[in-house]
Design a protein around this ligand. Structure first.
Ligand SMILES: [Zn+2]
Length: 646
C-alpha cells in the first residue's frame, strides 16, 4: 500500500492516489464491507468474511491475537491491514486508549517492517489524549506506518469531535480513514477535514432497517405512505418492475443509499477542485442542528488546522451567506492579517469610515463613486490627509488600499443593512482595533447607517479619537447624507487647517499590500522614499528602487509579485522563505523532495522567496502547498517558480 498526494487543496481536503499493488484508487474515496456492491474499496474481516476476489481491499483483523506469522505470510503486496481495536473502545478512557495503541505498536514491532511499512493502518481510539497521539504516531512512523483510521459514531457530537481533533494532528503525508456510522450529509465535511477514505457501510445498515438515505436526512420506507420520488437508476428500475403494493427491495435500497454517498462524494470533489468545498460544507449545516454545532466547534478548536491549508488566493466568487461563514478560515485570517499587519500611513489626519457595497471591488460600485466624489469635494487639495476604512460583515474592516486583496475582492454577502448581534460585535471589534492604530488626534468621520452604524456605536467606548457622524441615520447614499459628508469634511479641513499636498495612492496601495502579504516591515523594504512608481491605482503598479524593479501590484488578484531584487529586500524579514537543497534551480518548479526547510507560516497561494544553504536568494514563486507540507512530503510541486537567479 502506498499513498501519494497530488497537487491542489481546498482547506485540508486533498487529492491523492491510494496504490494497492498495481491498482490505483483516486482519493478521496469510499469504502464499505465486501457485501456492498458498487463501492470501489472493500474491507473484509479475516476469519469472518469469505476472502473477496476483488484486489481493492483492506483486511480487518478482529483481534491482536490473530496477527500471527500465518496471517503475515498471507498478506500480499496488494493488501492493506487494519489493525484491531476493541469495539467498545470509544467508551473507555484515555489510559485504555493509549494501551490499545501500545499494543498495536508492539505487534508491529514484533513482526517488523514486513507488516508495518507497506500494510498497516493504525486505529486511533477517540479517547486518546492529543499529546499521547503525537508521541505514539512518531513511534509508528519510525516503523514505516503511514496510515491511520479514526472512529466516527455519526452523532456529530463530542465523541466525533474527538476523532476530528485527533485527525488534525496526523502528519500531512499519512492516509486518513474515517470509519464508522457516517451519514451522507457528513461526506463534504469529512473530505474538507482531510479524510481520504470514508466508510459508507451505513448504506447496508440503513437498508436492513428499511431506511432510504438522502443527502439531508432519511426516509422510513417500512410504512404504507407514499415513497419519495427518486430518479436514481436503482429506484427507477424497481419502480418500473413493481406494482403499487410491492415493497421496495433491500438490494434497491442499498444501491440507492450507496448512490447518495457517491453523489455527495463527487459533489465534494468537484467543489474542492473549484475551491468551493467550504461553501458546500456550510450549506450542509442546514441539514441538522448537529451539523451547525459541530462546524462551529471545528472552526473554533481546529482553526489552526483549517487555516494552514486554506489558500491565500482564489478565483471566482466566495459566497458567505450565513453565520457559519463568520469564522471560516479565510474570513478570520483576513481579519487577523488586517489587525496584525496593516499599518496606516503616518500623515493621515482623518479616517472616513464607509459602508461596504454589494459590488466588489467597492470602488467600482455606484455608492462608493458617490462617496469618493463627496470626499474629493469636501477635502479638495487636502485629500491626501484622509484614510478610508470600509466596514463590512463578516470581514470586519477593509482599509481602502486592500479592497482588491483576497478575499475582500471576491466575497459575496447579502447586503441588507440588517445585522445580527454577532456581526455587530465582530465588526465593532475590528473597527476598534483598526482605529487604535491611528494617532489620537485623528478625527473619525463615520459615514455609516443601520448595521454599520450599530457596529460603530458598539466600538465607540474603545475608540480614543473624536467621532463625527455624517449620515441621516437611514441611508449613507441619500442626498442629505452625502451633503452631510461633504460639509463635515469641508469644516474639518478648515478647523484642522489640513495642508494641501499630493496624494500617494500608488505607494499606499503597494505598502499596504506588501505588509498584508508578507507581514510588517515588508512595505518599507519594497517601497522606499526613493521609489519610482508607475501605473494606475488598483490596476498594475510597478515599483522601481534605484533603477531596479522590486515588485508589481497586479490589480486582478490584488497581490504583489516580487522580482529577485524584491526577494532580496524581503529576505532579511525571515518570512515566506523556502530553503532549497542546492544552489541552482532547474526548470520552472521546486519539488517538495528538494525542500530542506520552509517557513511554517507559508500557505498555498503565497508569494515565497527561495533561498539556498547560505541564505542567498535563488528565486521567487508561488507556493502550491503549506510550508509544513513542503517539509513533510517526499514528492509533489512545492513552488511554481516565476524568477530565478542565473
Ligand atoms: Zn434512488
Amino acid at each position: 500500500m502506498e499513498f501519494l498526494i497530488e497537487r491542489g487543496h481546498d482547506g485540508p481536503a486533498r487529492f491523492g492516489n491510494l496504490k494497492l499493488g498495481t491498482l490505483s484508487i483516486p482519493t478521496p474515496t469510499l469504502i464499505a464491507g465486501v457485501s456492498i456492491p458498487d463501492v470501489k474499496l472493500a474491507y473484509w474481516t479475516v476469519g469472518r468474511d469469505a476472502e473477496p476476489e476483488s484486489k481493492q481491499r483492506i483486511a480487518v483483523l478482529p483481534s491482536l491475537a490473530t496477527i500471527d506469522s500465518g496471517v503475515v505470510d498471507r498478506i500480499n503486496s496488494e493488501e492493506a491491514v487494519l489493525l484491531p481495536s476493541l469495539p467498545p473502545s470509544s467508551s473507555l478512557g484515555p489510559e485504555f486508549a493509549m494501551a490499545l495503541l501500545r499494543e498495536q505498536l508492539s505487534v508491529l514491532d514484533y513482526h517488523g517492517k514486513d507488516l508495518a511499512a507497506p500494510h498497516a493502518i493504525v486505529r486511533i481510539p477517540p479517547r486518546l489524549r492529543p499529546e499521547d497521539m503525537d508521541s505514539l504516531v512518531s513511534e509508528f512512523a519510525k516503523l514505516g506506518v503511514r496510515a491511520a483510521a479514526f472512529l466516527i459514531d455519526g452523532s456529530l457530537g463530542p465523541e466525533d469531535m474527538r476523532s476530528l481533533s485527533l485527525r488534525a494532528r496526523l502528519p500531512c503525508n499519512w492516509l486518513a480513514l474515517a470509519l464508522g456510522r457516517v451519514n451522507p450529509s457528513a461526506i463534504p465535511m469529512l473530505c474538507y477535514l482531510g479524510f481520504d477514505v470514508i466508510d459508507v457501510g451505513r448504506a447496508a445498515g440503513a437498508a436492513f432497517h428499511r431506511v432510504r438515505l438522502w443527502p439531508m436526512g432519511s426516509e422510513d420506507v417500512a410504512g404504507s405512505g407514499e415513497l419519495r420520488y427518486c430518479p436514481c437508476h436503482a429506484c427507477m428500475s424497481w419502480r418500473s418492475m413493481a406494482d403499487a403494493s410491492s415493497r421496495i427491495a433491500d438490494s434497491t435500497l442499498i444501491s440507492h443509499n450507496v448512490g447518495v454517498y457517491e453523489s455527495l462524494l463527487s459533489e465534494s470533489v468537484q467543489a474542492a477542485h473549484a475551491g468551493h468545498l467550504r461553501y458546500l460544507v456550510e450549506s450542509m449545516t442546514h441539514s441538522s442542528t448537529a451539523h451547525a454545532t459541530i462546524l462551529r466547534v471545528v472552526d473554533k478548536r481546529l482553526y489552526g488546522y483549517l487555516e494552514e491549508f486554506a489558500s491565500t488566493s482564489g478565483g471566482g466568487v466566495l459566497p458567505l451567506i450565513g453565520p457559519e461563514s463568520y469564522n471560516s478560515p479565510v474570513v478570520r485570517r483576513f481579519r487577523e492579517y488586517v489587525a496584525s499587519r496593516y499599518a496606516p500611513p503616518k500623515h493621515k489626519k482623518l479616517v472616513v469610515v464607509l459602508p461596504c457595497s454589494a459590488r466588489k471591488p467597492y470602488s467600482d460600485s455606484k455608492s462608493h463613486k458617490l462617496f469618493t466624489q463627496a470626499i474629493d469635494f469636501g477635502l479638495q487639495r487636502a485629500r491626501h490627509s484622509a484614510a478610508e476604512a470600509v466596514v463590512t460583515s463578516p470581514l470586519g474592516v477593509v482599509p481602502r488600499e486592500l479592497e482588491r486583496a483576497y478575499p475582500a475582492s471576491v466575497y459575496d454577502v447579502p447586503v441588507t443593512g440588517d445585522w445580527d448581534a454577532e456581526e455587530v460585535s465582530i465588526a465593532g471589534e475590528a473597527l476598534a482595533a483598526h482605529l487604535a492604530k491611528f494617532d489620537r488626534s485623528v478625527v473619525v468621520v463615520a459615514h455609516v447607517a443601520e448595521g454599520y452604524e450599530e457596529a460603530m456605536r458598539a466600538a465607540e467606548s474603545r475608540i480614543e479619537q473624536s467621532i463625527v457622524y455624517t449620515t441621516d441615520g437611514h441611508s449613507a447614499t441619500s442626498k442629505q447624507s452625502l451633503e452631510g459628508l461633504r460639509e463635515a469634511l469641508r469644516d474639518l479641513r478648515d478647523v484642522l487647517s489640513l495642508p494641501a499636498g499630493p496624494r500617494d495612492e500608488l505607494g499606499e496601495i503597494l505598502r499596504a499590500t506588501a505588509d498584508y502579504q508578507f507581514g510588517s516591515g515588508a512595505g518599507e523594504a519594497l517601497v522606499t522614499e526613493t521609489s519610482a512608481l508607475r501605473g494606475k491605482p488598483y490596476g498594475t503598479i510597478l515599483c522601481r528602487v534605484d533603477g531596479a524593479q522590486t515588485c508589481a501590484f497586479v490589480g486582478a488578484t490584488g497581490s504583489l509579485s516580487l522580482t529577485i531584487e524584491g526577494a532580496r529586500r524581503i529576505a532579511p524579514l525571515k518570512r515566506y522563505w523556502v530553503r532549497f537543497d542546492g544552489d541552482h534551480i532547474e526548470g520552472g518548479s521546486v519539488f517538495a523532495v528538494a525542500v530542506r526547510e520552509a517557513d511554517p507560516g507559508i500557505r498555498p497561494g503565497d508569494e515565497v522567496v527561495i533561498i539556498g544553504a547560505d541564505n542567498a536568494v535563488l528565486g521567487v514563486g508561488r507556493s502550491e502547498m503549506s510550508g509544513r507540507e513542503m517539509c513533510e512530503f517526499e514528492r509533489g510541486r512545492a513552488v511554481s517558480v516565476r524568477h530565478k537567479v542565473g
